[in-house]
Design a protein around this ligand. Structure first.
Ligand code: EPZ
Length: 434
């Protein structure tokens, strides 16, 4: 049964996760780097590209715009940009993924024009792009929003000094893409320091761009006339790795995640140790094991290098298993607690007060029918099902396949009991997602 036929996942709780799991390429690096390929004037080879729905959608978008793509392996792709045409990507596909907003920067940089539908909000609250548009305007683009479409145009892009009012991964990525071919120097201040931003900068520099300071809060870009090709391997997905680390701790198991870049996971490692979990860090892998009781903790999300907002739902599931009172504070998004309602259906004792969720932990969860409200909430509910008593039926699983490659097989290989139920209601053991 392929992923597209799966409607629900049936999870039986009680098994510890044990073993080693291979971490895929980072979704949020791939989704920033694929639009950058539109800026290349020669062949580009990308390795370690995660095979997930959002990447497949982005590939269909660039292919529809004339890019020739040759698959050299499940996770290796070769791009030939000679046939690229037009500055208006297929709206039906663009509206499927938020990261398509990055097409604004790359199309503006490449063609001096871009027409992209306003990206949909999603379950994390409003997803404004005011900082993106403020930056493009500073670079000299005229910007109009009509009938839900953002129209950008610039006879020439000129470097500018741009100060972001909000630390935004998306705005940082988008403005890097728009500035690399602008004339002169662009200074971006108060930018995001996420590893995915650094990975994009490394890829752009491999193509001949001049980007300095990625990973700090000031990025300086000296525009060049054209970008060549490159070969680049996407960094490991720190959020996928963190998902398995927190899941291992929640189930009381022992899991090694690799290959990873441990520095990208320092906030997660520190929090797990604070909760009484053993974390062994080696140069390219991390082993998480827990035998004793978990300790309650206060978990606050912040932009990198703080605890990642994308692992907040997973951290919350772990804290429901720690006897005592814990507090989760979500500082990045305005509405990233929709998984709380679902966890309460499983018996979790959680009270949301504004940006804080107060958890009365130590009460075992019980299996229940629940739904994924977004990608990371879906992963969190999968882990909740692994530690709950009885059976959990998880709906809206498409959210999970958007950002996790082969997650069921990776979990069942670690000892999880997960079955697929297709849209017709019949179920079968997880097979290759096809
Ligand atoms: C990226 O989203 C990631 N998505 C998100 O991962 C991640 O949660 C987020 O960064 C924070 O790390 C991708 O990389 C594809 P932001 P993005 O702009 O760029 C506000 C996942 O599950 N803001 O850093 O949309 C915004 O409302 C996804 O993999 C403005 O006010 O996030 C939010 O409160 C979920 N104006 C805060 O900044 C703007 O112009 C951070 O958002 C832009 C953002």
């Amino acid at each position: 049964m392929g992923e597209d036929e799966v409607q629900k996942l049936i999870v039986r709780g009680g098994n510890r996760l044990q073993g080693r799991v291979k971490i895929s390429g980072a979704k949020n690096a791939a989704l920033a780097i694929l639009p950058a390929v539109l800026l290349a004037s020669e062949k580009v080879l990308l390795n370690n590209v995660p095979d997930i729905i959002d990447v497949r959608t982005m590939l269909r978008i660039v292919e529809d715009m004339g890019m020739t793509i040759r698959r050299r392996g499940r996770n290796s792709l070769e791009f030939h940009p000679s046939g690229l045409r037009g500055f208006s990507p297929p709206f039906s596909l663009v509206q499927k993924i938020r990261a398509s907003s990055y097409l604004m920067g790359s199309l503006l940089g490449r063609f001096g024009k871009a027409m992209v539908p306003v990206p949909g909000g999603c379950d994390l609250g409003p997803r404004p792009i005011d900082q993106h548009l403020k930056g493009f305007t500073a670079l000299g683009a005229a910007c109009r929003i009509e009938h839900g479409v953002i129209r950008l145009a610039a006879d020439k892009l000129t470097g500018a000094h741009i100060y972001l009012d909000v630390v935004s991964v998306g705005a940082t990525v988008n403005l890097m893409l728009g500035a690399v071919l602008a004339e002169g120097r662009t200074v971006l201040e108060n930018v995001a320091k996420e590893p995915e931003v650094v990975d994009l900068a490394n890829m752009l520099n491999a193509m001949g761009a001049v980007v300095k300071g990625a990973g700090t809060d000031v990025i300086k870009i000296d525009g060049v006339r054209a970008l060549g090709g490159a070969e680049h391997a996407i960094i490991p997905d720190r959020i996928e790795a963190g998902t398995f680390m927190l899941g291992a701790a929640a189930t009381g198991g022992k899991v090694t995640v690799g290959e990873v870049i441990p520095k990208h996971l320092e906030a997660v490692t520190a929090k797990l140790r604070e909760m009484g979990v053993a974390v062994e860090v080696e140069p390219e892998q991390i082993t998480v094991s827990r035998t004793g009781p978990l300790l309650p903790s206060d978990l606050k999300t912040f932009p990198y290098p703080g605890f990642p907002t994308d692992l907040q739902p997973l951290g919350m599931v772990l804290l429901t298993a720690a006897p005592g009172t814990s507090i989760v504070t979500e500082n990045v998004f305005d509405n990233r607690f929709r998984h709380v309602d679902e966890l309460e259906k499983m018996g979790a004792q959680i009270k949301v007060e504004g940006r804080a969720a107060v958890i009365d932990g130590g009460v075992p969860l019980s299996g229940a029918p629940v739904s994924a409200t977004d990608l990371r909430a879906g992963a969190a509910l999968l882990v909740a099902g692994l530690i709950a008593r009885g059976e959990t039926v998880l709906g809206e699983v498409d959210h999970i396949y958007r950002g996790y490659e082969n997650i069921e097989n990776k979990l069942t290989a670690l000892g999880a009991q997960i079955k697929r139920q297709n849209r017709g209601g019949s179920s079968g053991l997880t097979g290759d997602p096809g």
